[in-house]
Design a protein around this ligand. Sequence first.
Ligand SMILES: Nc1ncnc2c1ncn2[C@@H]1O[C@H](COP(=O)(O)OP(=O)(O)OP(=O)(O)O)[C@@H](O)[C@H]1O
Length: 350
Amino acid sequence: MSEIKVERLSKRFNETAALDAVSLDFAAGSFTALLGPSGCGKTTMLRLIAGFEAPSEGSVFFGKELMADPQRQVPPEARGVGVVFQSYALWPHMDVAANVAYPLKARHVERGAIAGRVGAVLDIVGLSRFEGRRIEELSGGQRQRVALARCLVADARIILFDEPLANLDMHLRASMVDAFRDIHRRTGATIVYVTHDQAEALALADRVAIMSQGKVLQAAPPQEVYRAPANATVAGFVGRGSIVAGTVIDHAEGIATVDVAGHRFAARSAGISSGPVNILLRPEALRISPEGMPATVLDSIYRGPVHEVRLALPAKGQELLIDNTEAVAVGQSVHVAVSDAWIIPDSEPS
Ligand SMILES: Nc1ncnc2c1ncn2[C@@H]1O[C@H](COP(=O)(O)OP(=O)(O)OP(=O)(O)O)[C@@H](O)[C@H]1O
């Protein structure tokens, strides 16, 4: 069953359509990442679900219950939703336990029960030993964990995260990603997670919704968004790769033979493709080989274990990206073999 359902949901701020007729279901217990560039409407979607904003059009349902439409608004505190923002909104002078206990105190939960619950959630976020510490004595990552614990203690069925890791360094982010996965497993809550970091979205979510200009371009499992992007914008936003122009030579349902620069290879396709198409080529599916597309080396940059090599195809403006184990001389002529390719649907050939 879907726990959250938004239907033709729109939000306008004066002339800006922050959200534009978006319909999306969030299944009970699912983990959805809203991913997209700055200003695409991610936070607005989250705020509409939480009840901090009212829709201009459309509706928000929790199960069968209407939470909001332009006429009616269930207030945020009556929605039973847990929310964690990138600014932690903790009380600096209180200790960790008091901060985490706050939502239960506000609900007049009995004192003995509060201590038990606080202990349990601090254990989940790995802060058991920090109960008595004041917030101002904690690191950024520890503060973020306190904010998480405070959200978890309320035992909400729906938890909304708005860029919760944005203020943390890379190392902390990685350890928090593990904490989030663990929390999702333990609580089974329905999670909506806003981020502009694609690695975070792919690692955490069971579904990624790619947003652009107030619309959802694709909502699918991470592997699908990566391997079979719905359009060029999604392809460009998730992962590295190149989009090149090609021609379909032979087509069948789901797979076609395409020609790029006189070289033929198989490409996956959403249906039956024909004529000129745009083809997505990811670096891991390309390699320098005695046979393949003729190309010239433009650039070879060392990126940790591999050299990222940028190549020019004969057609003007068409480039490829390859990860190669060795550096390649700029200007060298090579051939490139293709082991996987995806014909981008619904896009005008360039
Ligand atoms: N209260 C507001 N008043 C006016 N315009 C707003 C308001 N809130 C958001 N907007 C506009 O709506 C659009 C979507 O904003 P939103 O905050 O949802 O984007 P976002 O994808 O979360 O961006 P970011 O990643 O930068 O946080 C933007 O153009 C923004 O300027």
